[in-house]
Design a protein around this ligand. Structure first.
Ligand SMILES: Cc1cc2nc3c(=O)[nH]c(=O)nc-3n(C[C@H](O)[C@H](O)[C@H](O)COP(=O)(O)OP(=O)(O)OC[C@H]3O[C@@H](n4cnc5c(N)ncnc54)[C@H](O)[C@@H]3O)c2cc1C
Ligand SMILES: NC(=O)c1ccc[n+]([C@@H]2O[C@H](COP(=O)([O-])OP(=O)(O)OC[C@H]3O[C@@H](n4cnc5c(N)ncnc54)[C@H](O)[C@@H]3O)[C@@H](O)[C@H]2O)c1
Length: 475
């Protein structure tokens, strides 16, 4: 077995792993980044990028049709082959050469193979047809192994070989009939995408509403929109079993005995951590679990404090931008500690991923988009805050009415009545994602309402929703 020593060894080359390695390397530490599949991870090849590419063309077409004048110029349908070709290019044709070049340029050593922890600061990498390689870390090992689709306990589902996010983002053609299990971001976005591309889609959710982690109105708006595009949205629907003969269609049987036949079934009912065969037990942890971290992303309960975890695997916020943020914080904490600094994870310091704790921004790229940051009204109340929430119809802004004929949307802000700052903001509207960062700054900056009153939105933009919300609040 060969043995090499680096200051830091990162396991998993999704964006959080790449950023953790890149950050420590930029501070002059040596870093090895181990990847068993494609450098760039789920996000680049089977999640964020290809799914957004699948969604964008339908959204652009609807946007053009929503304005008198440009609507008349739209005379055809989506060019499905061109959409899929554009998607392929956003997934770099599932080739990670570009990412490897970036890593080499950032002075990161890329190691191909499957990594496993083997006790304190020791990692073993296996690769078919090659001798195992031992990587020793002087300062830290960072886990960035991500998550897989979780399968719900439905009889016969696994045997029916359903789509996961991988097949749903890389398929070469639209299935005639697609059944989607799950109404979170994955289910809603991919139901929208494949409906736009010509599939007859049924979206099946066991809960009462879509997007259950967000403000209830978000799920209602998205349900209404998806239904208007022809998607059959079934809430409070429980699939009991799945049956598939050979490569034929799959039959889903519901609790009430009814059946649904589909040419493809997508499982989008949440995620599970990739920690089954990672050697967690050699660090005193439990194999197969999510990994619990402190605010500097150091894994709790590991003697010597040498193990860190960023991205989905720590289960703080399963979002690329949050994983990358954790990686920057974690990289800075590791570097400081390598120089003897304790780098205490004090709230809002460079060594604490404070935004994990109630300040997370997220966008669901359905049409309309849902953009949110911070706490929902219910979450704030659960935390014991005294809050007041106000809402405003975004279409009543001059910017909204100019943007599209019949523009529809709703924004809600949740105010902590004691501190008079905004603790949560949600907007459902066309292109809402691009309005989110103002809210993120207000929430993270804990900008007092009486100062926000002086942040004047330009006329005539959708941003005037901020002024209207403050007026509705009583300013
Ligand atoms: C369909 C879909 C759409 C999404 N869209 C968005 C979006 O628009 N915006 C957003 O912010 N988030 C989105 N997400 C979430 C986002 O994809 C994840 O939060 C992000 O990919 C997490 O990054 P990660 O590095 O933790 O995991 P991953 O991206 O999964 O990367 C982990 C990497 O580790 C490697 N690995 C695992 N185990 C080992 C091992 N033992 N040895 C070596 N290598 C290993 C894997 O091969 C992989 O490359 C989406 C998710 C899905 C499923
Ligand atoms: N645009 C984005 O930022 C984006 C897009 C996709 C995914 N993501 C991330 O990926 C993570 C995973 O997303 P997800 O949508 O897979 O999971 P999720 O946990 O957010 O939602 C799961 C959904 O599946 C439903 N469900 C669970 N069991 C079911 C069953 N047996 N039958 C029918 N429905 C069932 C739940 O009610 C819920 O609607 C999210 O937390 C999100 O952070 C982000």
């Amino acid at each position: 077995m060969t043995e090499q020593t680096y200051d830091v060894v990162v396991i998993g080359g999704g964006p959080p792993g790449e950023n953790a390695a890149g950050r420590v390397a930029s501070h002059g530490l040596s870093a090895a980044l181990v990847e068993s599949e494609l450098l760039g991870g789920e996000c680049s090849f089977w999640a964020c990028m290809p799914s957004k590419a699948l969604l964008r063309s339908g959204e652009a077409l609807r946007a053009a049709k929503a304005v008198a004048g440009s609507a008349a110029a739209v005379t055809g349908d989506l060019d499905v082959a061109a959409v899929l070709k554009r998607r392929d290019s956003f997934a770099a044709n599932w080739d990670d050469t570009g990412q490897v070049e970036w890593a080499e340029g950032a002075k990161i050593t890329v190691v191909r193979g499957r990594a496993r922890l083997d006790g304190s600061l020791r990692v073993v990498v296996s690769k078919e047809g090659a001798e195992d390689q031992v990587l020793l870390a002087t300062h830290a090992v960072v886990l960035a192994v991500g998550s897989d689709s979780a399968f719900p306990p439905i009889d016969g589902l696994r045997e029916a070989r359903p789509w996961t996010n991988r097949e749903a983002t890389s398929a070469k053609a639209a299935p005639e009939r697609l059944a989607v299990l799950g109404g979170g971001p994955v289910g809603c976005e991919l139901a929208q995408a494949w409906n736009d591309l010509g599939s007859e889609v049924t979206l099946i959710v066991n809960g009462e509403r879509l997007l259950p982690r967000l403000e209830p109105f978000a799920g209602e708006y998205v349900k209404e929109a998806l239904t208007s595009y022809g998607i059959d949205v079934r809430t409070s629907a429980n699939v009991k079993s799945a049956r598939r003969d050979g490569d034929g269609p799959t039959t889903l049987t519901f609790e009430d005995g009814s059946e649904l036949e589909a040419d493809a079934v997508l499982v989008a009912t949440g995620r599970s951590p990739r920690t089954n065969d990672l050697g967690l037990a050699t660090a005193g942890l439990k194999d197969g679990d999510w990994v619990d971290i402190d605010d500097s992303c150091r894994v709790k309960g590991v003697e010597g404090g040498w193990l860190y975890a960023v991205g989905d695997v720590n289960h703080r916020a399963l979002l690329t931008h949050m994983g990358k943020y954790q990686a920057r914080i974690c990289g800075d904490a590791i570097t400081a500690r390598s120089k003897g600094d304790h780098a205490m994870p004090v709230k809002w310091s460079p060594y604490a991923a404070t935004a994990n704790n109630g300040y997370v921004p997220a966008v669901v790229f359905t049409d309309p988009q849902v953009a949110s940051v911070g706490l929902t009204e219910a979450e704030a109340e659960d935390k014991g805050m005294s809050v007041r929430a106000v809402e405003y119809e975004v279409g009543n802004t001059a910017g909204g009415s100019l943007h599209a004929d019949g523009y529809k949307g709703l924004a809600k802000m949740v105010v902590d009545q004691e501190r008079l700052v905004i603790v949560g903001f949600t907007i459902v509207a066309p292109d809402a994602g691009d309005h989110l960062h103002a809210a993120t700054i207000a929430v993270v900056g804990e900008v007092p309402l009486d100062r926000l009153w002086h942040a004047v939105p330009s006329f005539p933009t959708v941003s005037e929703v901020w002024l209207r919300l403050l007026e509705t609040y009583g300013m």
